[in-house]
Write a protein that binds this ligand. Structure first.
Ligand SMILES: NC(=O)c1ccc[n+]([C@@H]2O[C@H](COP(=O)([O-])OP(=O)(O)OC[C@H]3O[C@@H](n4cnc5c(N)ncnc54)[C@H](OP(=O)(O)O)[C@@H]3O)[C@@H](O)[C@H]2O)c1
Length: 314
């Protein structure tokens, strides 16, 4: 059946959106990340249900990267299929990002921060997603062996070529970030947003000055892995479910589930209950209360999880 988006999806816009730094862009305070659960190994119908639920509830921002899957590239292929089957009429209502910076293809040109890699990777991403342009293109990580001007000029040229409307930086240390902000501003391609890992267990952007810098310069901040990949939820309170990320022992290892960690999660759950929130909502609301934070970039392996996360907005 043809997808028709919920007509009520923008009914509560005041609550849903936040301005991204000092830009013209509003982003949903809860955005959907497609790192896991949207790859070729995942059931397409489930990915479809989650994205429909998102868009039907005003989540307009979908975050990808060249190597999301698995296999690499397949989350973008899923997005391409969704575009053709469901979302094409809504393209102008969507804010789609992708990135390049980590390993994507073999040989010397499929990784890090060269112009050669970034340009080719974005062209590939656009083909997979069946898009003419992305709203936001990120340098996914800082490359200490490529002149920083080469990486940044590639971002500027990508915008000038009409392949991305805005540029972002992810995982860069503070000093190169400062340089990037100035370089891009001087070329009239202002840095829209910084994407960094921020959650109650990992406060580096808060403690290391990135949030201060974003606030000072009017750059948006979007927090990835806001639930520490599921640790800061009820997912692991009674062991490790077979269908969980931790059961895969890859990106989230069972060694993190120490007795101290379990205690921490139980305490968080109790604080949440006292405040009328689920554990996940408690963790997300802590992030949304930090300065400069525009959005929390959640993952979800089910509609129920996404619904739970979205309720953090009240
Ligand atoms: N820039 C970067 O370098 C970078 C790095 C990592 C991520 N990201 C971005 O950030 C996005 C989110 O990252 P993430 O997936 O690690 O985020 P996350 O929200 O911290 O973790 C998502 C996982 O937590 C569990 N979960 C989510 N909501 C839940 C709920 N309400 N109750 C119980 N469990 C829940 C699910 O685990 P199960 O799968 O076990 O059900 C889900 O897959 C990515 O998709 C990507 O777009 C960017």
């Amino acid at each position: 059946m043809r997808y028709v988006a919920d007509i009520e999806r923008y009914a509560d816009s005041e609550r849903l959106y936040a301005r991204c730094g000092r830009s013209g862009v509003l982003l949903p305070k809860v955005s959907l990340g497609m790192w896991h659960n949207f790859g070729g190994v995942n059931p397409y119908e489930r990915s479809r249900d989650i994205t429909h639920y998102a868009f039907d509830h005003g989540i307009t921002h979908f975050d990808l990267a060249n190597n999301y899957g698995p296999p690499y590239g397949s989350a973008e292929l899923t997005m391409g299929k969704l575009m053709d089957e469901d979302f094409r009429p809504y393209r102008d209502e969507m804010f789609i990002s992708t990135k390049a910076g980590y390993d994507m293809w073999e040989g010397p040109y499929g990784n890090w921060g060269s112009r050669k890699y970034l340009m080719a990777s974005l062209d590939q991403s656009l083909k997979r997603m069946r898009l003419d342009y992305v709203d936001l293109f990120y340098s996914h990580r800082y490359d200490p062996n490529t002149p920083v001007e080469e990486t940044l000029q590639a971002l500027v040229d990508i915008v000038h070529a009409g392949k991305a409307l805005y540029v972002g930086i992810s995982n860069w240390p503070l000093e190169p970030l400062k340089y990037a902000e100035e370089y891009l501003r001087e070329r009239d391609v202002p840095l829209l947003i910084y994407q960094g890992r921020l959650n109650m267990l990992d406060r580096e952007p808060l403690e290391g000055g990135i949030l201060d810098f974003c606030e000072e310069k009017g750059i948006g901040f979007i927090a990835y892995s806001p639930l520490a990949q599921g640790l800061l939820t009820d997912r692991y309170l009674n062991g490790i479910p077979a269908d969980s990320r931790m059961a895969q022992e890859k990106f989230l290892r069972s060694s993190r589930l120490t007795p101290d960690m379990l205690q921490y999660i139980k305490r968080l759950r109790e604080e949440g209950l006292a405040a009328g929130r689920t554990t996940a909502q408690q963790a997300l609301s802590w992030i949304l209360g930090q300065k400069a934070v525009t959005s929390v970039l959640v993952g979800a392996s089910s509609v129920e999880q996404l619904a739970d996360n979205l309720k953090v907005l009240g």
